[in-house]
Design a protein around this ligand. Structure first.
Ligand code: AMP
Ligand code: MG
Length: 410
């Protein structure tokens, strides 16, 4: 078994994955999907000068030095609701009542909010007054959103490789993109293995445990943008593992992900089945938690075998699988964001790259971390209680209290 650093193992895995083909999807289906090309605006935003307030569109010169001692009265010549396109042109001494988002009439260059006028009938449906009195000075451009203020036609507004957020969908809709070119979603076939595993709704039996990894890994995969095909749990028998893996063939699966059964136990058949139907690399990665990591392919479909212990499976997913799914999805900046945190107490490590469960506290802009309970790889509660994984680099055996380390926020 080869001893690899975390980054070597990750690079080796990543070199086997390429961004998936692209498809044109209805905009509503594009959240979390990754853009296959840059998006260039074809129109200005806003595409016409419009009011940012409910009020009165005016010529600023008419009321440039209005004040309470010397108010200006303007004749109101039109009503401009949102959605209309005014055909009038204001001449000196004229105003038009205008609503938020409505197009500015020709001649007007400012909007006086209704609150700053003498017009106090603000009930819906009230007709506009004949005159409106303004008692404060008006500046050219006030409360007007000029055409192109946000986006200019021709600007690149979203870049290839971006996982689309809800607000991106809003912008794409503003720009009139009914469909968007995105990468196909990775299809992940997921299975657990072990004779000890029971379904979540089965009564506990002596010696058995519930298959928790399948729930955790399915939702981790979905959170990384994958479509998950749950294959269930294989028994610790060659034929059972083989029957289950056979279900991945011809199903356009991009990654087979498993937990357990790839260790050196007498009943760890997953590795045998993979080896005799493809190939398997078995790596000892210099990390903790994380037993050996299995990587290979089953009938040409990439395979990652995570450890069975729940916390090891979680960390293995975050360190290796998230990156692989990111590569398949075409994201340019996959992976979790790293922050610097100060350890509240001394941390003893064993020299492997360690991922430790911790809670984070913020004090005057400084993040400090303390470990949550038992750090054993079977203790899931301490992961549930954690809001970060501290990353202690390889080669470090002691982090003194007060020292900063990298952390991934969960
Ligand atoms: P193994 O890799 O098969 O030696 O399993 C290591 C540990 O992980 C054992 O304690 C297993 O019972 C546990 N384990 C394996 N699969 C799962 C699973 N799907 N959910 C929760 N724990 C599991
Ligand atoms: Mg087992």
């Amino acid at each position: 078994m080869t001893l690899l650093s975390v980054s070597e193992a990750r690079e080796r895995i990543l070199s086997n994955f390429q961004p998936l083909t692209t498809e044109l999807l209805p905009l509503a289906d594009c959240v979390q999907r990754v853009l296959a090309q840059d998006v260039r605006a074809e129109t200005d935003l806003p595409s016409f000068d419009n009011s940012s307030m409910d009020g009165f569109a005016v010529r600023s010169a008419d009321a440039a030095d209005a004040n309470p001692a010397s108010p200006r009265s303007l004749r109101v010549v039109a009503d401009i609701p949102a959605g209309s396109s005014p055909t009038i042109s204001l001449v000196p001494g004229e105003a038009a009542r205008i609503m938020t988002g409505a197009q500015m009439p020709d001649g007007a260059d400012a909007v006086v909010p209704v609150e700053n006028t003498d017009f106090d009938n603000r009930k819906a449906g009230a007709p506009h007054p004949e005159f409106v009195v303004i008692s404060d000075s008006v500046n050219a451009g006030q409360n007007v959103r000029p055409r192109g203020m946000d986006v200019h036609a021709g600007d690149i507004v979203l870049q290839k490789g971006r996982a689309l957020k809800p607000q991106d969908l809003g912008l794409l809709a503003m720009l009139g993109f009914a469909t968007v070119g995105v990468h196909r979603k990775p299809r992940v076939a997921l299975f657990s293995s072990g004779d000890e595993l029971l379904d979540v709704d089965a009564p506990l039996e002596a010696g058995k445990i519930r298959d928790s990894n399948s729930y955790m890994l399915a939702s981790l995969s979905a959170s990384a943008g994958a479509e998950v095909i749950k294959l269930g749990a294989a028994k610790d028998k060659y034929a059972s593992v083989k029957a289950l893996l056979e279900k991945t063939v011809n199903q356009n699966i991009d990654l087979i992900l498993s937990s357990a059964g790839v260790s050196v136990g007498a009943f760890d058949f997953v590795k045998d089945v993979i080896e005799s139907n493809g190939n398997l690399d078995f790596w000892r990665v210099n990390m903790r938690p994380g037993k050996p990591l299995a990587f290979g392919e089953y009938k040409k479909i990439p395979f990652i075998g995570l450890p069975g212990n729940p916390v090891s499976a979680f960390v293995g997913f975050e360190v290796f699988v998230r990156a692989a799914l990111g590569r398949l999805s075409g994201v340019s900046d996959g992976g979790r964001q790293t922050v610097r945190v100060r350890s509240e107490a001394e941390i003893v490590s064993d020299g492997r790259e360690s991922y430790l469960r911790a809670t984070i506290r913020e004090d005057n802009g400084v993040l400090s971390a303390s470990l949550t309970g038992h750090q054993g790889s079977g203790n899931l509660l301490s992961l549930v209680q954690a809001d970060a994984l501290l990353i202690i680099p390889a080669g470090v055996k002691c982090v003194p209290a007060g020292q900063e380390v990298n952390a991934w926020l969960l």
